[in-house]
Design a protein around this ligand. Structure first.
Ligand SMILES: CC(C)(COP(=O)(O)OP(=O)(O)OC[C@H]1O[C@@H](n2cnc3c(N)ncnc32)[C@H](O)[C@@H]1OP(=O)(O)O)[C@@H](O)C(=O)NCCC(=O)NCCS
Length: 190
């Protein structure tokens, strides 16, 4: 699979580049995770401060399974969104989405931009639904996912645990990709 890169403007006018991760991004990704505050690391399922973890990811990139889309300001990674696919079974048409934006670059429309990009990519890949689990109290996250066509579907009270060992409510948001990018309409305009 081949991908290109895209440039886009944030709300403050600064220009960022979006592109999928490649093997050579190992060190930049390590630097991104090392800079993240502890409260944001709870959103990541791996011990990303361990260089061996990033090294494994970089050497075994498999875009059929996970597509990591990175945002760059110059040579610095400022956000990471991943699309996880499930190869078999009843969730084979669903992609799971996770996103982290560096605190310095939050509230500039970056998550909205990346999630819109990922939704379009999911449509191209033939995925029908996208699934995200977000903290119910994160206004920015709810808005960013809404902006990209996700709707609120369910709340699971106290499901996950934050860095201070507090239970946090989780909101399940789903994007109906197939409906959002209805091919009948695309065809009509071609
Ligand atoms: C959630 C997160 C990805 C949002 O990133 P972001 O780049 O700041 O998002 P955006 O700038 O696109 O914000 C979306 C909207 O929410 C608003 N917003 C962002 N942060 C906000 C906050 N703390 N309070 C109120 N509104 C906020 C933005 O102004 C924007 O408004 P708009 O719809 O009118 O344009 C980022 O805060 C983050 O990395 N959080 C930790 C990880 C996380 O929660 N991930 C989600 C679970 S996978």
């Amino acid at each position: 699979m081949m991908f290109g890169s895209k440039q886009a403007k944030l709300k403050d006018g600064s220009v960022v580049t979006l592109r999928p991760m490649i093997e050579g991004d190992r060190q930049a990704l390590q630097d991104f995770f090392n800079e993240l505050p502890e409260e944001l690391l709870v959103f990541v399922r791996h011990d990303v401060k361990d260089p061996k973890v990033i090294d494994e990811w970089a050497r075994h990139l498999d875009y059929q399974r996970v597509i990591p889309l990175l945002a760059w300001a110059g040579d610095e990674i400022i956000a990471d969104v991943t699309l996880h696919r499930i190869p078999h079974g009843w969730k084979r048409h669903i992609g799971k989405v996770r996103i982290v934006v560096s605190p310095k670059y939050q509230n500039q429309g970056l998550a909205t931009l990346m999630l819109n990009e990922l939704t379009a990519l999911a449509a191209e890949l033939g995925l029908e639904k996208l699934w995200a689990e977000i903290p119910l109290d994160s206004v920015g996250a709810v808005r960013a996912f809404r902006n990209a066509g996700f709707g609120c579907k369910a709340v699971i009270e106290g499901l996950v645990r934050d860095s201070h060992d507090r239970d946090v409510d989780i909101l399940i948001m789903v994007c109906d990709v197939a409906g959002y990018f209805d091919k009948r309409w695309v065809k009509q305009w071609e």
